[in-house]
Design a protein around this ligand. Structure first.
Ligand code: ADP
Ligand code: ZN
Length: 606
């Protein structure tokens, strides 16, 4: 076969999925897999990974087996495929015995194009036997970074997937992920035996996401509320907190401020958790406040912002969590507030963890990288992509540092004062105490220890308490100081501190922002360009009714972008409606009349 090998692939894209053309490397990947090749696909969230195996699934004979780690994700994907008239189903613990047997029978009878399975189930003897009896078109391994210990979502079950290749050497495999640094990538190839696979790396950039990392001014919740009110009023978002208690407090507080905000964490009863997740998926404008337990496998395309009220443990986690914003490609925000306490808490949690030494070192390095990202004064996106082994030539123009370049200051002398104060108080005290000594504030403890007689007592009156705290945060974040092992929060010097104390190493740091400028910096939100007006609302209402009647999220019927195009084009016939992106043959047949009716009625009303 030459050149344009698979005109059918394009036909399927247009007729089944309703899209005009392939995006980026999709076509190359699809053709490679259709012809029986293995592939490793690195593509950012929202890049369109699913079609890379769904289209080959429809064009190769037999059933595609899709390994996916999360039940919620499987359910959504299967619901969306069925809307497009594709014969898809899943096998997971949400099915009872009889339902599972029925799906198994359909697999054996060759009545499925795609079957989604959880990795632990795939390894069972029963499943292996079933696979022997079925005709398999391909294996797709979604979230392939779960196979790696270097990744942040290690799942031991994924390791067993290497057997697939041994048992079914002739079946092509496609592994996909949106987060894999270079060591993780090697792990994937190693453990899934993908050395011969074609690598498709489209980078990890999410250009539609605007990154902001603000300093916590002591009222992060209010900073957040201002940000939501100004830029995402009435829109869906996720707010991540570190602890369950903070999740509940924050959700309740946001509710009192008039938002629809629902808590989600592992300590809530399963029913309530499910209920909140469903409301987030199905209603408009719900903000979910969650621990990191939330979001894996949430495919909701129109999340307009992701906010962190605490520092994530690694850049991988940060990137994956923020990556849940703007899957539909429309502008979205990633917003974070962080402060000294975050740094101390995370450092302590790490030291107290029972992990093996090597694991601890890995965690330590990951946290250091995360802290580095917070404190840099250059483009955040360049730093993020660099971390994942990607390269961006010029600053992005769509992060806080690009939009409002931070001020810097020559901090060497102040840093020397701070470090020598730590030294002279014998490396046993926390930041609050140290700041009091620097400011020359006498109190009972300070006099008891005789620290009011130190040479560093009161030598720091040129900075405010908050400025000193920010400096300590930066010194801890950049590894000049460390937090004491026993967990009392005592601050110690590290080996890196010496050159600074001796004046051999100068420090230029990010200027601590004054309350006002921090607000201004945080407030450059990405504005969303969704249409407004009666027709838009009427289409959304119609979509809501259809979704409610079937018990599926609204975006499974049509995405916002598809409705937006209806508003813009105002198609006057079914044929014209079918031209709109996201409307395939099946959806046109099922929903065309209804939406056309809404559009035509609107014209009459005008
Ligand atoms: P990923 O799994 O990489 O995060 P998805 O497969 O969920 O991304 O795709 C993201 C969105 O882009 C989905 O809404 C999908 O329907 C849409 N999409 C994918 N490929 C195309 C295409 N070629 N043209 C238009 N939209 C596409
Ligand atoms: Zn930038």
């Amino acid at each position: 076969m030459h050149g344009d090998t698979h005109p059918e692939a394009l036909k399927v894209l247009q007729e089944v999925f309703g899209y005009d053309s392939f995006r980026g490397p999709q076509q190359a990947i699809i053709e490679h897999v259709i012809t029986g090749g293995d592939a490793l696909v690195l593509m950012p969230t929202g890049g369109g990974k699913s079609l890379c195996y769904q289209i080959p699934a429809l064009l190769r004979e037999g059933t595609a087996i899709v390994v996916s780690p999360l039940i919620a994700l499987m359910q959504d994907q299967v619901a969306a495929l069925k809307q497009n008239g594709v014969r898809a189903d899943y096998l997971n613990s949400s099915l009872d015995y009889h339902e599972a047997v029925e799906v198994e029978n359909r697999l054996r009878a060759g009545e499925l194009d795609l079957l989604y399975i959880a990795p632990e189930r795939l390894a069972t003897a029963r499943m292996q036997m079933l696979l022997e009896q079925a005709h398999i078109a391909l294996f797709a391994i979604d979230e392939a970074h779960c196979v790696s210990q270097w990744g942040h979502d290690f799942r031991p079950e994924y390791r067993q997937l290497s057997h697939l290749h041994q048992r079914f050497p002739q079946v092509p495999r496609i592994a996909l992920t949106a987060t894999a640094d270079v060591p993780t990538r090697h792990d994937i190839m190693e453990h899934l035996q993908l050395h011969e696979a074609a690598l498709y790396n489209s980078g990890f950039d999410r250009p539609n996401i605007r990154y902001h990392i603000a300093e916590n001014q002591g009222n992060a919740k209010e900073q957040l509320l201002r940000f939501i009110r100004e830029h995402h009023d009435g829109e869906a978002g996720i707010v991540y907190c570190l602890s369950r208690r903070k999740v509940e407090e924050t959700a309740a507080w946001l509710e009192r401020q008039g938002l629809t905000a629902l808590p989600y964490h592992a300590g809530l009863p399963a029913e309530q958790r499910q209920h909140h997740q469903t409301r987030f998926l199905r209603e408009d404008g719900v903000v979910i406040v969650a621990t990191i337990a939330f979001g894996m496998g949430i495919d909701k395309p129109d999340v307009r912002f992701v906010a962190h009220l605490n520092l994530p443990k690694s850049i991988e986690a940060y990137y994956q969590e923020t990556g849940r914003a703007g899957r539909d490609g429309l502008p979205a925000d990633a917003w974070m507030a962080y402060g000294l306490q975050d740094v101390i808490t995370l450092r302590q949690m790490q030291q107290d963890s029972s992990a093996a030494d090597q694991q601890k070192r890995i965690e330590q390095q990951k946290l250091d990288a995360m802290l580095g990202l917070c404190e840099i004064i250059s483009c955040r996106r360049q730093a993020l992509l660099h971390y994942f082994g990607d390269h961006l030539d010029a600053p992005c123009g769509n992060c806080d540092n690009c939009l409002t370049p931070p001020e810097t200051w020559e901090a060497t002398v102040a840093a020397q004062k701070a470090l020598s104060c730590v030294y002279r108080t014998e490396q046993r005290f926390g930041v609050t105490y140290l700041v009091d000594v620097l400011l020359g504030k006498s109190n009972e403890r300070i006099t008891r220890f005789g620290h009011d007689r130190l040479s560093t007592f009161g030598i720091g009156k040129e900075l405010t308490a908050n400025e000193w705290k920010a400096l300590f945060r930066q010194l801890i974040a950049s590894g000049y100081l460390s937090v004491d092992m026993e967990g009392h929060g005592g601050i110690k010097l590290t080996a890196n501190a010496k050159p600074v104390l001796r004046g051999e190493h100068a420090l230029t740091l990010r200027k601590p922002s004054k309350a006002k400028s921090a607000t201004r910096r945080g407030s450059k939100g990405a504005s969303t360009t969704l249409p407004q007006g009666e027709l838009w609302e009427a289409l959304r209402q119609h979509r809501r009714e259809l979704a409610a009647a079937q018990g599926v999220p609204a975006y499974v019927i049509f995405h916002d972008a598809t409705l937006a195009e209806m508003v813009e084009q105002k198609p006057q016939s079914l044929a014209a409606l079918g031209e709109i992106s996201g409307i395939g043959a099946r959806k046109l047949a099922d929903y065309g009349e209804g939406f056309l009716g809404v559009i035509l009625a609107h014209r009459e009303a005008e």
